[in-house]
Design a protein around this ligand. Sequence first.
Ligand SMILES: [Zn+2]
Length: 61
Amino acid sequence: MPQKDPPAPAPDFQNPPGPHPATTSEAGSFAYAHCPCGWRGPSRRSRDKARQDATAHAQQR
Ligand SMILES: [Zn+2]
């Protein structure tokens, strides 16, 4: 069995590929989710919240 390295801490959160592979970015002290489809989530103080936005968007159809 090939062993997998533990996932490296990425600078950006990335959802699994799908119709809406939303990621998060930071602007100043804020974080926000965005998607190649043009969607952009609200600015969040917490990157965690932005991730939730990205996940919620990625799961929509
Ligand atoms: Zn999208």
